[in-house]
Design a binder for this molecule. Structure first.
Ligand SMILES: [Zn+2]
Length: 264
């Protein structure tokens, strides 16, 4: 499933009884992650703990801050990967008017998952170095948008390296200098006009990681959608077409479906 089709699940900030995203196991990419009863361990943060007896928290449950950690388990029987997560647990007041000021529900704000959740699916033909870098970027998504954007940018540099785009040039003073990522994408664009604007747009999102201020999850997801498209065009599409062409050849030659093959 492409990111475009499941984008909303990454925009849910707090996991509550009212909003539970369907998280997919990063190991098998098939099973959903299940939070079994008692999956979490919770501790009050020190400010809350020191004032725990204070009636203030009774009347302001949303100010109670706890930390949580625990494991969700992949539902796929053949996998059962445990995925660890850690974050902040808040209490949100119920919207329904009530005399009980303490009527609240748990709201989990995840900060880290390990192994990191796969925000985009990376095909098997993506070069390992690029694949590793993209996976590294996933680990920053929930906690540090700027680091995530920077990591997306580094992925683009690696794509340019893999595509054989030169990294340095000689200036008029005969000194060797680095070529900016922007100019490298321009060089790449001479041979691939269609993909150039997608790479440049992803680069602008990556650049935003170096600026002061937090980058939004929406912007990061745009960056991932662009990256997903570029990876597919450069590394997956060719293989997919080759495999499909082989099938087309056999079907058109025999004028019937390919039978007798073991279904996967
Ligand atoms: Zn799994």
């Amino acid at each position: 499933m492409s990111l475009r089709e499941n984008r909303d699940r990454w925009l849910i900030e707090y996991y509550t009884k009212y909003s539970k995203p369907n998280l997919i196991c990063p190991k098998c990419n098939i099973g959903s992650l299940l939070f079994n009863p008692g999956w979490q361990k919770v501790e009050l943060n020190s400010d809350t703990k020191l004032n725990d007896d204070d009636a203030h928290f009774y009347y302001n449950p949303e100010e109670v801050v706890k930390y949580f950690t625990g494991f969700a388990i992949c539902l796929n029987d053949k996998c059962q990967e445990p995925v660890g997560l850690i974050g902040i647990l808040n209490q949100f007041a119920e919207d329904i008017p009530t005399d009980d000021h303490n009527k609240s529900y748990d709201a989990y704000l995840p900060k880290f998952f390990f192994p990191s959740l796969s925000i985009i699916q990376i095909g098997k033909n993506c070069p390992p170095e690029i694949c590793t870098q993209i996976k590294k970027s996933f680990s920053h998504f929930f906690n540090d948008g700027s680091a995530c954007a920077n990591s997306i940018r580094t992925s683009l540099e690696l794509i340019m390296n893999e595509q054989g785009i030169k990294r340095t040039t000689i200036d008029k003073n005969r000194r060797r200098k680095d070529i900016s990522l922007h100019d490298r994408i321009e060089l790449f664009g001479k041979g691939n006009k269609e993909l150039k604007p997608f790479l440049l747009a992803a680069k602008w999102i990556g650049n935003a990681g170096s600026h002061i201020g937090e980058i939004s999850k929406e912007a990061l997801l745009d960056g991932y959608e662009l990256l997903e498209h570029c990876i597919d065009e450069l590394y997956e599409k060719k293989h997919r077409l080759e495999e499909l062409k082989k099938k087309v050849k056999v079907i058109n030659r025999t004028k019937k479906p390919i039978e007798g093959k073991k279904k996967p």
